[in-house]
Design a protein around this ligand. Structure first.
Ligand SMILES: NC(=O)c1ccc[n+]([C@@H]2O[C@H](COP(=O)([O-])OP(=O)(O)OC[C@H]3O[C@@H](n4cnc5c(N)ncnc54)[C@H](O)[C@@H]3O)[C@@H](O)[C@H]2O)c1
Ligand SMILES: [Zn+2]
Length: 389
Protein backbone atom coordinates (compact mmCIF):
# COMPACT_ATOMS: atom_id res chain seq x y z
CA UNK A 1 0.00 0.00 0.00
CA UNK A 2 1.36 3.39 -0.96
CA UNK A 3 1.74 5.86 1.84
CA UNK A 4 -0.14 9.06 1.08
CA UNK A 5 2.17 11.83 -0.06
CA UNK A 6 2.25 14.86 2.21
CA UNK A 7 0.51 17.83 0.62
CA UNK A 8 3.05 20.31 -0.79
CA UNK A 9 3.38 23.38 1.34
CA UNK A 10 3.53 26.90 0.01
CA UNK A 11 7.10 27.70 -1.00
CA UNK A 12 8.09 24.01 -0.95
CA UNK A 13 10.79 23.81 -3.63
CA UNK A 14 11.74 20.22 -2.82
CA UNK A 15 15.13 21.42 -1.56
CA UNK A 16 15.78 20.59 2.07
CA UNK A 17 16.25 23.79 4.07
CA UNK A 18 19.57 24.08 5.88
CA UNK A 19 19.31 24.08 9.63
CA UNK A 20 19.54 27.66 10.68
CA UNK A 21 21.53 28.35 13.84
CA UNK A 22 21.51 31.80 15.21
CA UNK A 23 23.91 32.65 17.95
CA UNK A 24 22.69 35.35 20.27
CA UNK A 25 24.49 36.29 23.43
CA UNK A 26 22.86 37.93 26.38
CA UNK A 27 25.32 39.92 28.44
CA UNK A 28 25.37 38.49 31.94
CA UNK A 29 24.21 40.72 34.69
CA UNK A 30 26.90 42.03 37.00
CA UNK A 31 26.13 40.09 40.17
CA UNK A 32 28.47 42.02 42.44
CA UNK A 33 27.05 44.16 45.21
CA UNK A 34 28.40 46.05 48.20
CA UNK A 35 27.97 44.75 51.75
CA UNK A 36 28.26 47.51 54.35
CA UNK A 37 28.77 46.53 57.97
CA UNK A 38 28.95 48.69 61.08
CA UNK A 39 27.14 50.15 64.07
CA UNK A 40 24.53 52.80 63.22
CA UNK A 41 24.26 52.03 59.50
CA UNK A 42 20.45 52.11 59.53
CA UNK A 43 20.76 55.90 59.50
CA UNK A 44 22.59 55.57 56.14
CA UNK A 45 20.05 53.23 54.56
CA UNK A 46 18.59 56.00 52.36
CA UNK A 47 22.00 56.92 50.96
CA UNK A 48 22.89 53.27 50.33
CA UNK A 49 19.63 52.77 48.41
CA UNK A 50 20.39 55.92 46.40
CA UNK A 51 23.81 54.50 45.45
CA UNK A 52 22.42 51.04 44.78
CA UNK A 53 20.20 52.04 41.87
CA UNK A 54 19.36 55.12 39.83
CA UNK A 55 15.80 56.23 39.19
CA UNK A 56 14.13 54.80 42.30
CA UNK A 57 11.22 56.88 43.56
CA UNK A 58 9.26 54.44 45.75
CA UNK A 59 10.74 52.12 48.37
CA UNK A 60 8.70 49.35 49.98
CA UNK A 61 10.09 48.25 53.34
CA UNK A 62 9.15 44.69 54.26
CA UNK A 63 9.53 43.82 57.93
CA UNK A 64 7.95 41.67 60.66
CA UNK A 65 5.87 42.59 63.68
CA UNK A 66 8.80 42.26 66.13
CA UNK A 67 11.19 44.40 64.13
CA UNK A 68 8.69 47.00 62.91
CA UNK A 69 8.18 48.75 66.28
CA UNK A 70 11.95 48.75 66.90
CA UNK A 71 13.46 49.88 63.60
CA UNK A 72 10.91 50.70 60.90
CA UNK A 73 10.72 54.39 61.90
CA UNK A 74 14.51 54.80 61.62
CA UNK A 75 14.49 53.08 58.22
CA UNK A 76 11.63 55.27 57.01
CA UNK A 77 13.30 58.44 58.25
CA UNK A 78 16.58 57.64 56.54
CA UNK A 79 14.84 56.78 53.25
CA UNK A 80 12.55 59.83 53.31
CA UNK A 81 15.52 62.10 53.99
CA UNK A 82 16.81 61.01 50.56
CA UNK A 83 13.48 61.86 48.94
CA UNK A 84 12.03 58.35 48.52
CA UNK A 85 8.29 57.72 48.98
CA UNK A 86 8.19 54.95 51.58
CA UNK A 87 5.58 52.29 52.34
CA UNK A 88 6.02 49.75 55.16
CA UNK A 89 4.61 46.21 54.93
CA UNK A 90 4.51 44.09 58.07
CA UNK A 91 4.32 40.29 58.13
CA UNK A 92 3.80 38.21 61.27
CA UNK A 93 7.18 37.09 62.73
CA UNK A 94 8.34 33.50 62.58
CA UNK A 95 9.17 30.63 60.26
CA UNK A 96 5.58 29.36 60.26
CA UNK A 97 4.57 32.50 58.37
CA UNK A 98 7.17 31.99 55.62
CA UNK A 99 4.43 30.67 53.33
CA UNK A 100 3.20 31.03 49.74
CA UNK A 101 0.05 32.74 51.12
CA UNK A 102 2.08 35.46 52.89
CA UNK A 103 4.22 35.79 49.77
CA UNK A 104 1.21 36.43 47.55
CA UNK A 105 -0.22 38.99 49.95
CA UNK A 106 3.15 40.76 50.00
CA UNK A 107 3.23 40.92 46.21
CA UNK A 108 -0.34 42.30 46.26
CA UNK A 109 0.76 44.91 48.80
CA UNK A 110 3.54 45.99 46.39
CA UNK A 111 0.92 46.36 43.66
CA UNK A 112 -1.28 48.43 46.00
CA UNK A 113 1.68 50.61 46.99
CA UNK A 114 2.05 51.52 43.30
CA UNK A 115 5.65 50.32 42.88
CA UNK A 116 7.02 50.27 39.34
CA UNK A 117 9.78 48.10 37.92
CA UNK A 118 12.31 50.86 38.58
CA UNK A 119 11.44 50.98 42.28
CA UNK A 120 12.96 48.96 45.07
CA UNK A 121 12.22 46.70 48.02
CA UNK A 122 14.10 46.85 51.33
CA UNK A 123 13.87 43.82 53.62
CA UNK A 124 14.29 44.81 57.26
CA UNK A 125 14.35 41.80 59.58
CA UNK A 126 15.70 38.31 60.17
CA UNK A 127 16.17 35.57 57.61
CA UNK A 128 12.43 34.95 57.32
CA UNK A 129 11.79 38.52 56.18
CA UNK A 130 14.91 38.51 53.97
CA UNK A 131 13.97 35.24 52.26
CA UNK A 132 10.27 35.99 51.80
CA UNK A 133 10.65 39.71 51.02
CA UNK A 134 13.47 38.89 48.60
CA UNK A 135 11.27 36.35 46.83
CA UNK A 136 8.40 38.87 46.63
CA UNK A 137 10.87 41.33 45.03
CA UNK A 138 12.04 38.63 42.60
CA UNK A 139 8.47 37.86 41.49
CA UNK A 140 6.75 41.27 41.51
CA UNK A 141 6.53 42.43 37.87
CA UNK A 142 9.16 39.76 37.00
CA UNK A 143 11.59 41.28 39.46
CA UNK A 144 12.44 44.55 41.16
CA UNK A 145 15.65 45.30 43.00
CA UNK A 146 16.10 44.41 46.64
CA UNK A 147 18.38 45.83 49.31
CA UNK A 148 18.76 43.48 52.26
CA UNK A 149 18.91 45.08 55.69
CA UNK A 150 19.27 42.08 58.01
CA UNK A 151 18.60 42.55 61.74
CA UNK A 152 19.26 39.10 63.28
CA UNK A 153 22.82 37.82 63.64
CA UNK A 154 21.96 34.81 61.51
CA UNK A 155 20.62 36.98 58.71
CA UNK A 156 23.61 39.36 58.99
CA UNK A 157 26.31 36.70 58.67
CA UNK A 158 24.46 34.23 56.49
CA UNK A 159 20.97 34.62 55.01
CA UNK A 160 21.27 38.15 53.59
CA UNK A 161 24.30 37.31 51.45
CA UNK A 162 24.21 34.97 48.50
CA UNK A 163 20.93 35.75 46.78
CA UNK A 164 18.91 32.71 47.86
CA UNK A 165 15.27 33.67 48.46
CA UNK A 166 12.40 31.33 49.24
CA UNK A 167 9.31 30.39 51.18
CA UNK A 168 8.47 27.01 52.70
CA UNK A 169 5.91 24.49 51.47
CA UNK A 170 4.05 22.11 53.79
CA UNK A 171 6.36 19.38 52.46
CA UNK A 172 9.63 21.10 53.28
CA UNK A 173 11.67 24.24 53.91
CA UNK A 174 12.61 26.68 51.15
CA UNK A 175 11.05 24.56 48.41
CA UNK A 176 9.56 27.52 46.54
CA UNK A 177 12.38 29.89 45.75
CA UNK A 178 14.96 31.26 43.39
CA UNK A 179 18.16 33.29 43.26
CA UNK A 180 17.68 37.05 43.41
CA UNK A 181 20.90 38.85 44.19
CA UNK A 182 20.53 42.02 46.25
CA UNK A 183 21.69 45.44 45.00
CA UNK A 184 23.30 46.04 48.38
CA UNK A 185 23.37 44.59 51.88
CA UNK A 186 23.27 47.08 54.76
CA UNK A 187 24.23 45.52 58.09
CA UNK A 188 23.73 47.68 61.17
CA UNK A 189 25.33 45.77 64.03
CA UNK A 190 23.76 48.06 66.69
CA UNK A 191 20.35 46.43 66.15
CA UNK A 192 21.72 43.19 67.65
CA UNK A 193 21.34 44.67 71.15
CA UNK A 194 17.59 43.95 71.04
CA UNK A 195 17.98 40.43 69.68
CA UNK A 196 16.87 37.71 72.15
CA UNK A 197 19.91 35.72 73.44
CA UNK A 198 18.71 32.46 71.87
CA UNK A 199 18.60 34.17 68.47
CA UNK A 200 22.11 35.49 69.03
CA UNK A 201 23.30 31.90 69.65
CA UNK A 202 21.66 30.83 66.42
CA UNK A 203 23.73 33.33 64.45
CA UNK A 204 26.84 32.48 66.41
CA UNK A 205 26.58 28.85 65.26
CA UNK A 206 26.73 30.03 61.63
CA UNK A 207 29.72 32.27 62.42
CA UNK A 208 31.49 29.28 63.93
CA UNK A 209 30.59 27.31 60.81
CA UNK A 210 32.27 29.89 58.54
CA UNK A 211 35.33 30.04 60.79
CA UNK A 212 35.73 26.25 61.02
CA UNK A 213 35.39 25.91 57.25
CA UNK A 214 37.62 28.73 56.14
CA UNK A 215 39.60 30.54 58.81
CA UNK A 216 41.14 29.26 62.05
CA UNK A 217 42.37 32.72 63.08
CA UNK A 218 38.83 34.04 62.90
CA UNK A 219 37.77 31.20 65.20
CA UNK A 220 40.33 32.36 67.75
CA UNK A 221 38.99 35.93 67.48
CA UNK A 222 35.44 34.73 68.10
CA UNK A 223 36.55 32.73 71.15
CA UNK A 224 38.53 35.67 72.53
CA UNK A 225 35.41 37.85 72.23
CA UNK A 226 32.96 35.28 73.65
CA UNK A 227 31.90 37.46 76.61
CA UNK A 228 31.41 40.62 74.56
CA UNK A 229 29.44 38.64 71.97
CA UNK A 230 27.16 37.39 74.77
CA UNK A 231 26.50 41.01 75.74
CA UNK A 232 25.78 41.92 72.06
CA UNK A 233 28.49 44.56 72.27
CA UNK A 234 28.10 46.18 68.84
CA UNK A 235 31.64 47.54 68.67
CA UNK A 236 33.08 44.05 69.22
CA UNK A 237 30.53 42.37 66.97
CA UNK A 238 30.95 44.69 63.97
CA UNK A 239 34.40 43.50 62.82
CA UNK A 240 33.51 39.87 63.57
CA UNK A 241 30.28 40.08 61.57
CA UNK A 242 32.15 41.80 58.73
CA UNK A 243 34.75 39.03 58.65
CA UNK A 244 32.17 36.25 58.83
CA UNK A 245 30.15 37.75 56.01
CA UNK A 246 33.32 38.15 53.93
CA UNK A 247 34.05 34.43 54.37
CA UNK A 248 30.55 33.52 53.17
CA UNK A 249 30.72 36.05 50.32
CA UNK A 250 34.03 34.62 49.11
CA UNK A 251 32.54 31.13 49.03
CA UNK A 252 29.40 32.34 47.24
CA UNK A 253 31.42 34.22 44.63
CA UNK A 254 33.31 31.03 43.75
CA UNK A 255 29.99 29.29 42.99
CA UNK A 256 27.11 31.83 42.87
CA UNK A 257 24.40 29.44 41.66
CA UNK A 258 25.51 26.39 43.69
CA UNK A 259 26.40 24.35 40.61
CA UNK A 260 29.59 22.84 41.95
CA UNK A 261 29.13 19.64 43.94
CA UNK A 262 32.59 19.52 45.47
CA UNK A 263 35.77 21.50 45.85
CA UNK A 264 35.29 24.97 47.24
CA UNK A 265 31.68 25.64 46.17
CA UNK A 266 28.57 26.65 48.08
CA UNK A 267 27.97 23.02 49.02
CA UNK A 268 30.58 23.52 51.76
CA UNK A 269 28.16 25.86 53.53
CA UNK A 270 26.11 22.74 54.33
CA UNK A 271 28.74 21.93 56.96
CA UNK A 272 26.89 20.98 60.15
CA UNK A 273 23.59 21.13 58.29
CA UNK A 274 23.14 17.52 57.14
CA UNK A 275 22.50 16.29 60.65
CA UNK A 276 21.39 19.76 61.76
CA UNK A 277 18.43 19.77 59.36
CA UNK A 278 17.54 16.20 60.31
CA UNK A 279 17.48 17.16 64.01
CA UNK A 280 15.36 20.24 63.31
CA UNK A 281 12.93 18.06 61.39
CA UNK A 282 12.95 15.20 63.92
CA UNK A 283 12.22 17.65 66.75
CA UNK A 284 9.37 19.14 64.73
CA UNK A 285 11.33 22.42 64.80
CA UNK A 286 11.42 22.39 68.64
CA UNK A 287 15.22 22.63 68.37
CA UNK A 288 16.25 25.98 66.84
CA UNK A 289 18.20 26.07 63.62
CA UNK A 290 21.42 27.37 65.21
CA UNK A 291 21.27 24.84 68.05
CA UNK A 292 20.72 22.04 65.55
CA UNK A 293 23.65 23.30 63.46
CA UNK A 294 25.92 23.34 66.53
CA UNK A 295 25.04 19.68 67.20
CA UNK A 296 25.48 19.00 63.47
CA UNK A 297 28.99 20.48 63.71
CA UNK A 298 29.81 18.01 66.51
CA UNK A 299 28.55 15.25 64.21
CA UNK A 300 30.73 16.47 61.35
CA UNK A 301 33.77 16.58 63.65
CA UNK A 302 33.05 13.05 64.94
CA UNK A 303 32.57 11.67 61.45
CA UNK A 304 35.75 13.38 60.24
CA UNK A 305 37.71 11.81 63.08
CA UNK A 306 36.21 8.31 62.81
CA UNK A 307 36.59 8.27 59.03
CA UNK A 308 40.28 9.08 59.51
CA UNK A 309 39.99 12.42 57.71
CA UNK A 310 40.84 14.42 60.85
CA UNK A 311 43.36 13.56 63.58
CA UNK A 312 42.29 11.78 66.79
CA UNK A 313 40.92 14.23 69.37
CA UNK A 314 39.30 16.48 66.76
CA UNK A 315 35.76 15.97 68.05
CA UNK A 316 36.80 16.84 71.62
CA UNK A 317 38.51 19.99 70.33
CA UNK A 318 35.39 21.14 68.49
CA UNK A 319 33.11 20.33 71.45
CA UNK A 320 35.32 22.54 73.62
CA UNK A 321 35.02 25.42 71.13
CA UNK A 322 31.22 25.15 71.09
CA UNK A 323 31.04 24.90 74.89
CA UNK A 324 33.10 28.08 75.27
CA UNK A 325 30.43 29.83 73.22
CA UNK A 326 27.58 28.24 75.23
CA UNK A 327 26.35 26.35 72.16
CA UNK A 328 24.78 22.89 72.60
CA UNK A 329 26.84 19.77 71.87
CA UNK A 330 24.60 16.88 72.94
CA UNK A 331 24.73 14.64 69.88
CA UNK A 332 24.22 11.12 71.23
CA UNK A 333 20.58 11.62 72.26
CA UNK A 334 19.80 12.23 68.55
CA UNK A 335 21.29 8.94 67.41
CA UNK A 336 19.51 6.41 69.58
CA UNK A 337 15.95 5.45 70.54
CA UNK A 338 12.91 7.16 69.05
CA UNK A 339 14.82 10.39 68.31
CA UNK A 340 17.47 8.36 66.49
CA UNK A 341 14.80 6.77 64.29
CA UNK A 342 13.27 10.16 63.50
CA UNK A 343 16.71 11.55 62.56
CA UNK A 344 17.33 8.52 60.34
CA UNK A 345 14.00 9.05 58.55
CA UNK A 346 14.80 12.72 58.00
CA UNK A 347 18.28 11.88 56.65
CA UNK A 348 16.82 9.30 54.28
CA UNK A 349 14.44 11.89 52.87
CA UNK A 350 17.48 14.10 52.26
CA UNK A 351 19.07 11.14 50.50
CA UNK A 352 16.23 10.84 48.00
CA UNK A 353 16.95 14.34 46.78
CA UNK A 354 20.67 13.75 46.41
CA UNK A 355 20.54 10.25 44.88
CA UNK A 356 21.94 7.31 46.79
CA UNK A 357 24.59 9.24 48.67
CA UNK A 358 24.71 12.46 50.65
CA UNK A 359 27.57 14.87 50.03
CA UNK A 360 28.77 15.09 53.60
CA UNK A 361 30.99 18.04 54.52
CA UNK A 362 33.85 16.94 56.75
CA UNK A 363 36.96 18.71 58.03
CA UNK A 364 40.53 17.48 57.85
CA UNK A 365 41.30 20.30 60.29
CA UNK A 366 40.05 23.80 61.02
CA UNK A 367 40.06 25.63 57.69
CA UNK A 368 40.40 22.41 55.66
CA UNK A 369 36.99 21.23 54.45
CA UNK A 370 36.53 18.00 52.50
CA UNK A 371 33.48 16.63 50.68
CA UNK A 372 32.63 12.97 51.27
CA UNK A 373 29.86 11.27 49.30
CA UNK A 374 28.41 8.81 51.84
CA UNK A 375 25.34 6.56 52.03
CA UNK A 376 23.00 7.29 54.96
CA UNK A 377 23.62 3.96 56.79
CA UNK A 378 27.37 4.63 56.77
CA UNK A 379 26.87 8.16 58.13
CA UNK A 380 24.77 6.78 60.97
CA UNK A 381 27.08 3.92 61.83
CA UNK A 382 30.06 6.28 61.89
CA UNK A 383 28.21 8.63 64.23
CA UNK A 384 26.52 6.25 66.67
CA UNK A 385 28.00 6.10 70.17
CA UNK A 386 30.58 3.31 69.95
CA UNK A 387 29.29 1.51 73.03
CA UNK A 388 25.86 1.30 71.33
CA UNK A 389 27.49 -0.33 68.26
N1 LIG B 1 18.85 32.69 52.11
C1 LIG B 1 19.81 32.06 52.73
O1 LIG B 1 20.91 31.86 52.22
C2 LIG B 1 19.55 31.59 54.13
C3 LIG B 1 20.62 31.14 54.92
C4 LIG B 1 20.35 30.77 56.24
C5 LIG B 1 19.06 30.83 56.73
N2 LIG B 1 18.04 31.27 55.91
C6 LIG B 1 16.67 31.37 56.42
O2 LIG B 1 16.66 32.32 57.47
C7 LIG B 1 15.59 32.00 58.36
C8 LIG B 1 16.08 32.11 59.77
O3 LIG B 1 16.51 33.43 60.01
P1 LIG B 1 16.47 34.07 61.46
O4 LIG B 1 17.16 33.18 62.40
O5 LIG B 1 16.92 35.46 61.32
O6 LIG B 1 14.92 33.96 61.82
P2 LIG B 1 13.77 35.06 61.94
O7 LIG B 1 13.69 35.90 60.73
O8 LIG B 1 12.57 34.32 62.34
O9 LIG B 1 14.28 35.99 63.13
C9 LIG B 1 14.38 35.46 64.43
C10 LIG B 1 13.54 36.24 65.42
O10 LIG B 1 14.24 37.41 65.80
C11 LIG B 1 13.41 38.56 65.62
N3 LIG B 1 14.31 39.67 65.32
C12 LIG B 1 15.06 39.85 64.20
N4 LIG B 1 15.87 40.90 64.37
C13 LIG B 1 15.65 41.40 65.60
C14 LIG B 1 16.21 42.46 66.36
N5 LIG B 1 17.22 43.20 65.88
N6 LIG B 1 15.73 42.69 67.60
C15 LIG B 1 14.74 41.90 68.11
N7 LIG B 1 14.19 40.87 67.47
C16 LIG B 1 14.65 40.62 66.22
C17 LIG B 1 12.45 38.17 64.55
O11 LIG B 1 11.28 38.93 64.59
C18 LIG B 1 12.20 36.71 64.88
O12 LIG B 1 11.26 36.62 65.91
C19 LIG B 1 15.11 30.62 57.99
O13 LIG B 1 13.88 30.73 57.33
C20 LIG B 1 16.17 30.10 57.03
O14 LIG B 1 15.65 29.23 56.05
C21 LIG B 1 18.27 31.64 54.64
ZN1 LIG C 1 22.08 27.56 58.63
Amino acid sequence: MNAPKPAPRAGDSGIKPKALTLSVRVPTEDLSYPIRVGPGLLARLGREVGHAQDGVSKVAVITDDNVEPLYAAAARESLEAEGFAVSVHVVPAGERHKTPEQLVSLVSALVDAGLSRRDLVVTLGGGVVGDMGGLAAALFMRGVSVVQCPTSLLAQVDASVGGKVAVDLGTGKNLLGTFHFPRAVVIDTSVLTTLPPEELSSGLAEMVKHALLFDGEHLDQILAAADAIGRSDASVLAPLVAHSVALKAACVSRDPMEMSSSGKGRVLLNFGHTLGHAIEHASDYGVRHGEAVAIGIVAAARLSERKGVAAPGFEARIVEVLEQLALPTGLDQWLTGEQGKAVERALSRDKKRAGTKITYIALADVGEPATLPLPVPEILSLLRPQSAG
